[in-house]
Write a protein that binds this ligand. Structure first.
Ligand code: ATP
Length: 429
């Protein structure tokens, strides 16, 4: 195993319950197809003989329950077979969730408790495979015809939309192994930073908003209530990170907590759940295939993710460059605004800024290369509680002419002039 790069067509025969782990090379994409047997990528089945093209650097595994032959064309960083995987334990979890969904579906919709399907939250340290497990559980459920809701609380990477956001979206089909989560109408809240420590209160407030909004939607939709949710979380599990996990478990009323690859976290959550009889805490093994990513890699991945938002995975989208007057746009930031100088405060008062205060931002060069969210707010005081329509990227600030040039996913007016600024920037490459 651990073969070095190979750049010709090659066939790989996989035995039952084994997987082919692949890291696509950094220069060119990799083509791959299923020649015979059956196989899936993170819960999504491969159609026979159809070539799929995986972008450079992607890391994934082709798993087979009963055996398969795979054909690859292109360069890999690594590709190797593994027959020790935690897949059986993962699919057993899926089976238990299926049972709960079926029970919820056959319950009276008036019984809000019994008609609620599983609310699963996946927790664990960084690089324990949380996103991947979430994805498998969603795809397996979608394959059986359910429409579970995916909630992504991980602001660091962002599998639904750009980093710095928390978001939710219904999953109606197994997740495409190349394209990932479909971008149709997700419910998105913009936090604006890639680590929660920038403004923990804001992060919590947005998680509350998202949870409340989903609660309202679920109340009117028995189908999504029965299908339940799968919630992906951040890898920050110490101190404040741990408190944020407890907060998410509570606020989303999670009833299944899946703990990946950490005994200590498992026992801590297990102890907490003692006082919550309807919360099951389950320990699961981390897959040996999960690839660790360092800070630099994550930084790069964030940049690709922003690029993908505007240009598409295969450069298949055409974002639009627009010009606006300074006066057409109202840019706000939340918290972290300029603090009152100590001299302006009563003696003894601490100059703590209100972390949830919404303050207008002067348009100047500081906005260059920032990613701003377009809020659905109709007034400034609604910004904190509003979800966002999408994002723009500031490409030029002309102070003299008071003009701002920005990239948007499409042409035409923005759905609102209320924009949210954080610390998220991007250098288009
Ligand atoms: P984070 O720290 O960002 O929260 P995570 O715990 O969600 O990370 P994943 O994103 O699921 O971890 O996995 C990390 C990387 O490993 C991803 O690129 C994923 O595609 C890859 N990966 C996961 N499982 C496998 C596997 N069995 N074989 C090959 N690659 C895998």
């Amino acid at each position: 195993s651990g073969s070095a790069s190979a750049s010709t067509i090659k066939q790989v025969k996989l035995e039952r319950e084994s997987e082919l782990r692949i890291e696509v090379g950094s220069e060119t994409p990799l083509k791959l197809r299923l020649l015979n047997g059956s196989a899936e990528i993170f819960g999504s089945e491969l159609a026979p003989e159809i070539w799929l093209t995986f972008p450079s650097r992607l890391k994934f595994a082709v798993f087979t329950w009963y055996g398969a032959t795979i054909e690859m064309d292109g360069t890999t960083e690594t590709d190797y077979m593994a027959d020790e995987t935690p897949m059986v334990s993962y699919v057993n979890v899926h089976a238990v969730l299926e049972g709960r969904r079926n029970r919820a579906k056959t319950s009276s919709p008036n019984d809000s408790e019994a008609s609620q399907g599983p609310r699963v939250i996946v927790v664990g340290p960084t690089d324990s495979g949380k996103s991947t497990l979430s994805r498998m559980l969603l795809s397996w459920a979608a394959k059986q015809g359910w429409k579970p809701t995916f909630v992504d609380l991980d602001i660091g990477q962002g599998s639904i939309t750009v980093p710095g956001s928390i978001a939710a979206t219904p999953i109606e089909m197994p997740i495409d192994p190349v394209e990932g989560i479909p971008l149709e109408m997700p419910l998105v809240y913009y936090y604006g930073h890639t680590t929660p420590s920038n403004n923990v209160d804001l992060y919590k407030a947005l998680v509350n908003e998202l949870a409340q909004m989903l609660e309202t939607q679920f109340a009117h939709n028995a189908e999504s209530r029965a299908a339940g949710m799968v919630i992906n979380t951040m890898g920050w599990i110490e101190s404040t990170g741990y408190e944020l996990l407890l907060h998410a478990i509570d606020i989303f009323k999670a009833n299944v907590v899946l703990v990946l690859g950490q005994e200590k976290l498992f026992s801590m959550l297990k102890a907490v759940a003692k006082s919550k009889p309807n919360v099951d805490v389950v320990k699961l093994q981390k897959s040996g295939g999960v690839v660790s990513r360092n800070a630099k890699f994550r930084q790069k991945a964030r940049a690709y993710r922003i690029r993908e938002y505007f240009y598409g995975l295969a450069n298949d989208l055409s974002p639009h460059s627009n010009i606006a007057n300074f006066s057409d746009l109202l840019v706000y930031r939340i918290g972290g605004g300029p603090q009152a100088p100590r001299s302006a405060l009563p003696i003894g008062a601490d100059p703590v800024a209100n972390p949830l205060r919404v303050t207008p931002v002067n348009i100047d060069q500081d906005l260059l290369h920032t990613v701003l969210a377009v809020s659905y707010a109709k007034e400034a005081d609604q910004i904190l509680s509003s979800n966002v329509a999408g994002f723009i990227y500031i490409t030029d600030i002309d102070i003299q002419r008071k003009k701002i040039t920005y990239l948007a996913p499409s042409a035409g007016d923005l759905p609102s002039k209320y924009l949210i600024m954080g610390t998220l920037t991007w250098l288009e490459t």
